[in-house]
Ligand binder design. Structure first.
Ligand code: C2E
Ligand code: MG
Ligand code: MG
Ligand code: MG
Length: 290
């Protein structure tokens, strides 16, 4: 059967491949252009302390405001940016912009927000990440303690002493690290011993059906217990409803983010959101009329 269709399959593959190569190249030149003409923008999703309900941070999430196609989500272009190496320049811009915004919010009195920035493994392997982080902190004036770098398990799985030394030097600046999408990458948890991190972000795939799927609950419970015995903070991603939030509180999860509160917002909307949220929390906690 393979023999019969072999010829056609080859032709099909050939045209598919060609068009995808063309698309790929098109996307790469588009992203170069986007960097130059400032079509990239960051949206910010609030992160909450589950016990107090207070906003404690923001995750910066990249968006491409394409002149014709509108807002393009990162899943559509980051994989190509990684393959082409362009993620190094894009990622440097993200760090710079997130730190600038974090400092601007601090100046506006928005207070102690932890700013989380996603980093691609490519930035660690091929980019001068140490200099890029130092520059972003220097230029913005953001205290390093307000910066959280999110890494994926796929980065930490390659057991390199170079990486471990790099992370130690970055940590010495005062910033902290989170492991993103925790639980989806590898069953080998040995890297938790080799690399010091502060937070585990439990992947949304375990949170989505938390209240319906006993297996998901068992996994989330185990992750939280393990994280706490390692003195790590747990952050749940993708909280969409009150029942899920209540269950995560019962399980002792520390922090969370999700559409239950808010999607990622443009910077000004995020600031307004935080102010409104704090005001209503203040009113709720304030003195009742006698
Ligand atoms: P991530 O870092 O795991 O980010 C969380 C993703 O989940 C975001 O998608 C966010 O909008 C979405 N999300 C948040 N709450 C909910 C919820 O309650 N329900 C659902 N269904 N989704 C929720 P987004 O913004 O499309 O980003 C996708 C991924 O792209 C990110 O996953 C991250 O891996 C990557 N990414 C985003 N910005 C950057 C960046 O600046 N640099 C790099 N290297 N990667 C980035
Ligand atoms: Mg993330
Ligand atoms: Mg994630
Ligand atoms: Mg993800």
């Amino acid at each position: 059967r393979a023999k019969e269709s072999g010829r056609n399959a080859f032709r099909f593959f050939d045209t598919e491949m060609n068009s995808s190569v063309v698309e790929h190249l098109h996307l790469i030149s588009g992203m170069r252009q986007a960097l130059a003409s400032q079509e990239f923008t960051l949206h910010y999703q609030p992160q909450f302390d589950l016990a107090s309900g207070a906003v404690v941070g923001a995750e910066a999430l990249l968006r491409w405001r394409h002149p014709e196609l509108g807002l393009i989500p990162p899943g559509k272009f980051i994989p190509v940016a990684e393959k082409s190496g362009l993620i190094i320049d894009i990622g440097a811009w993200v760090l710079q912009e997130a730190c600038r915004q974090g400092m601007a919010w601090q100046a506006q009195g928005l207070g102690e927000l932890l700013l989380s920035v996603n980093l691609s493994p490519v930035q660690f392997r091929r980019g001068d990440i140490e200099r890029v982080v130092l520059n972003a902190l220097d230029e913005s004036g953001l205290p390093a303690g307000h910066l959280d770098l999110e890494m994926t398990e796929s980065l930490l799985i390659d057991d390199s002493s170079q990486l471990s030394e790099l992370l130690t030097r970055l940590r010495a600046l005062g910033l902290s690290f989170s492991i993103d999408d925790f639980g989806t990458g590898y069953s080998n948890l040995g890297y938790l011993k080799r690399f010091e991190v502060e937070r585990l972000k439990i992947d949304q795939s375990f949170i989505r059906r938390l209240t319906e799927q006993p297996h998901d609950e068992a996994i989330v419970r185990a992750i939280i217990q393990m994280a706490h015995s390692l003195k790590l903070t747990t952050v749940a991603e993708g909280i969409e409803d009150a029942a899920t939030l209540a269950r995560l509180r019962e399980l002792g999860c520390d922090r969370g983010q999700g559409f239950y509160w808010s999607p990622a917002l443009p910077a000004e909307e995020f600031a307004a959101y935080v102010r409104a949220q704090r005001q209503s929390a203040g009113l709720a906690a304030g003195a009742q009329p006698a």
